[in-house]
Design a protein around this ligand. Structure first.
Ligand code: 6AU
Length: 257
């Protein structure tokens, strides 16, 4: 099924928005905005904004982060038509996750979270969505069901349980962070797949990479996260354009089968 067709099956508003936007922008690229300074972040967004559907942040890596930065991000998102997802990978009890996600929803439409605390944490997300400043805005969470790094501690059972939680909370869950095709059949979830670079291999801290083509055609990724292969390229704009084309061609091949 195409992203457009799948958007009709999405139970979560943010999943629907992302699936529709992917088709509109002809892009399944999410850039990981992992750069050392805010100035560099803004410069890169101005260069790559037109090619990406989602910008994934780690706001706590910017030493001078403030709510004003969040407002600036929102303006850039409106200007270049992208969606902001904060990759804080929250993992606390419901009462805390509720406050953490509510704060992030002041400037981001989505957030990532671990499911280690189980149902209570998703009930916390439900409250955060209900209490968010503009409840009409599409919001949702990506649940981490698998990780890209070597020797991580996620088991097959944890992945299965996380998938069950996604189905149980489908109105709140935008999708799953995963390295393999999802265990669920519902087409309305977005598979977010990181660990992608033009050159397979990894870094010296356990990160593992597959190629853009394999991420889409073998691993089942819908929205593909690319960080350093773009942000550390001598020409981030050109790297984003090429990555967008390669990923979109792989998606087109997948849906043409
Ligand atoms: O392309 P890189 O290696 O420069 O950056 C990968 C980005 C980073 C990680 O925090 C993130 O992807 N990531 C994630 C998520 C949720 O996006 C999950 C995961 O399993 N591995 C991973 O690298 O911003």
């Amino acid at each position: 099924m195409t992203f457009r067709e799948r958007s009709d099956h999405a139970q979560n508003h943010l999943a629907r928005s992302i699936l529709v936007l992917m088709e509109q922008k002809k892009s399944n690229l999410c850039v990981a905005l992992d750069v050392p300074t805010w100035e560099e972040a803004v410069r890169i967004l101005q260069e790559v904004g037109e090619y990406v559907v989602v910008v994934k942040t780690h706001f706590d890596t910017f030493p001078d982060w403030s709510p004003a930065r969040g407002e600036q991000l929102k303006k850039l998102a409106a200007l270049h038509s992208f969606i902001i997802v904060e990759d804080r990978k929250f993992g606390d009890i419901g009462n805390i996750i509720k406050s953490q996600i509510k704060a992030v929803f002041g400037w981001a439409q989505g957030a990532t979270m671990h499911t280690i605390c189980g149902e209570g944490s998703l009930e916390g997300v439900r409250m955060a969505v209900e209490e968010a400043s503009d409840p009409s805005l599409a919001r949702g969470v990506f649940l981490v069901s698998e990780l890209s790094c070597a020797e991580n501690l996620i088991s097959a059972q944890y992945t299965k349980k996380t998938t069950e939680l996604a189905i149980q909370y489908s109105s709140l869950v935008t999708g799953l962070v995963a390295q393999n095709p999802l265990l669920l059949k519902e087409p309305g979830f977005v598979q977010l797949t990181p660990g992608v670079s033009s050159k397979p291999g990894g870094d010296n801290l356990g990160q593992k990479y597959v190629t853009p083509r394999d991420a889409v055609l073998l691993k089942g990724g819908d929205l593909i996260v690319v960080g350093r292969a773009i942000t550390q390229s001598p020409d981030p704009k050109d790297a984003a354009r090429k990555m967008r084309n390669e990923l979109w061609n792989a998606y087109a091949e997948r849906v043409s089968d």
